[in-house]
Design a protein around this ligand. Structure first.
Ligand SMILES: [Zn+2]
Length: 490
């Protein structure tokens, strides 16, 4: 009897620690949005928050039932308390550009940088305590900032947010934003003559979105808007080629020193443009043929419109930005150091350090009878990857040699085509390799994931979060996305 009651108490305590219950929306909020802007400043060791401005605008896009986020994803959490009662009335986990910067070599060497960030919450009807929590290396959330905000404060900016240069298009509308996932696709690098191109691309990628599960089955749970604001110039910044373009939200390749990483640090401009429609998730559609993209959880995803891999990038990056999925690949170069410290469980729903087999986050999906960890054909995969790495370097060097020797456009184009053909062949071979794996289609625990060959594990041998190509999310990733859809649409 004693044992039973202790267990019961333990479960009860665990429940109240890890999961907060929802509040009645109308008791604490009105149907408007409060945007809180701040600067996030620091390096690998230090961080601080400096308040910038608060804005009131449009209707609240999120759920009015689920205002407390119990996913426990993301490096940061904003938590909002009603000052009178002390009750937690809103929370949201998220990642930031700053959070990624902290894992880079300059940050580790002590270089301090400032990033502008925003958090959107429903407009409170009384004074709130607004807090931000940051994770320690052990993934524990610790409060790093708090302030009080009075919704009647006359300094909250209540300007008309309409920018006359912006046009909003409805690409797919299925109902009231409170019960839908509201996605905005923002134009980037489309000039004033490319409005029709933007519209065509918006429709094309809306089609790609709904061709992939689970979005396909849950089309009626989404609203998708296109937000077009012409860029002064067509194209995008490619710093390694010394190309700089004046564009709408100032996105750029070579973010954090990685050629293919495409992000913007101009958060204020991005949020001002996005504000033209109610949104839960932001897509930045970049007008370029260069390969690349990026996705930061509960911030935004970027993708390119005109590259052979554009559909893959579009779906992969949304997995990061919308559901907090981690990268399952581990053989490509990245600018991060120790992104997932050894022996510490990542918060991402599709990665594990496998510290405790019985406590595995995707245990309910495991294929019965499979051994944990699951001994997939890892050495063979790495051999294939190494061979491609050597060939890839050779082909890329040829392109850059031609460019620096001012070779003709047609010569460069031929070299680029050679690269694309070789890459396509390599990916076809990889797809065959995964299909022939004795673990194909089975959920287990496969070593190699999160930029780490050892100590981090993924749920299936292949997934769109693992390798390039036209392929589904693995079962665990798909389920994480489904849970997020439910959260926004209840
Ligand atoms: Zn996956």
């Amino acid at each position: 009897m004693k044992k039973l009651s202790t267990t019961f108490l333990f479960i009860f305590v665990l429940t109240i620690v890890t999961s907060f219950s929802q509040v009645k929306f109308d008791d604490y909020f009105i149907d408007k949005t409060l945007r809180i802007d701040y600067l996030h400043i620091g390096n690998a060791k230090t961080e601080s928050i400096v308040f910038d401005k608060a804005y009131e605008y449009g209707m609240w896009a999120g759920s009015t039932k689920n205002t407390i986020d119990n996913f426990n994803n993301g490096r940061y959490y904003c938590k909002v308390y009603d000052v009178n009662s002390g009750i937690l009335i809103f929370s949201k986990g998220y990642d930031t550009y700053f959070g990624e910067y902290r894992t880079t070599t300059p940050a580790i060497n002590g270089q301090t940088k400032a990033y502008h960030e925003s958090v959107l919450i429903p407009m409170p009807n009384n004074k709130i305590k607004y807090t931000i929590e940051s994770r320690t290396k052990e993934q524990k959330l610790v409060q790093i900032y708090q302030t009080e905000i009075d919704p009647s404060d006359i300094n909250i900016i209540r300007d008309n947010i309409i920018d006359k240069a912006v046009r909003v298009y409805k690409s797919h509308v299925s109902g009231n934003p409170h019960n839908k996932v509201d996605v905005v696709i923002i134009s980037e690098g489309y000039d004033s003559n490319e409005d029709m191109k933007f519209l065509e691309d918006m429709k094309r990628f809306t089609g790609v979105f709904f061709s992939q599960e689970p979005y396909k089955t849950y089309q009626d749970k989404f609203n998708i808007y296109g937000i077009y604001k012409p860029s002064e110039e067509s194209g995008i910044d490619i710093p390694l080629n010394k190309i700089y373009k004046k564009t709408t939200v100032n996105a750029t390749f070579n973010s954090l020193g990685s050629d293919r990483y495409l992000l913007t640090d101009d958060n204020k401009t991005l949020r001002d443009v996005a504000a033209h429609a109610p949104y839960d998730a932001i897509y930045i559609m970049v007008n370029t043929s260069k390969y690349g993209g990026g996705g930061i959880y509960n911030q935004y995803a970027t993708f390119v419109n005109n590259n052979v891999w554009n559909e893959y990038v579009f779906l992969h990056e949304f997995g990061h930005a919308f559901a907090g999925l981690g990268d399952e690949y581990y053989t490509s170069d990245v600018s991060y150091n120790d992104f997932y410290p050894k022996g510490i469980e990542p918060t991402e729903p599709n990665l594990t350090a496998l510290i405790n087999k019985d406590d595995l986050k995707w245990r309910e999906f495991i294929t019965s009878g499979i051994e944990l960890p699951s001994l997939w054909e890892k050495a063979e995969y790495e051999k294939l990857d190494k061979e491609w790495g050597v060939e890839r370097v050779k082909l890329l060097k040829n392109i850059s040699d031609l460019k620096s020797s001012n070779a003709s456009e047609s010569m460069i184009k031929l070299a680029e085509q050679d690269y694309q053909t070789a890459e396509k062949k390599r990916n076809d071979n990889l797809d065959k390799f995964f299909k022939n794996s004795k673990y194909a289609g089975k959920v287990g625990v496969y070593e190699g994931g999160g930029y780490s060959s050892q100590g981090i594990y993924r749920p299936m041998v292949d997934c769109i979060m693992f390798s390039k190509g036209k392929k589904p999310y693995c079962n665990v990733c798909e389920n994480a996305i489904l849970n997020m859809i439910k959260f926004y649409t209840e």
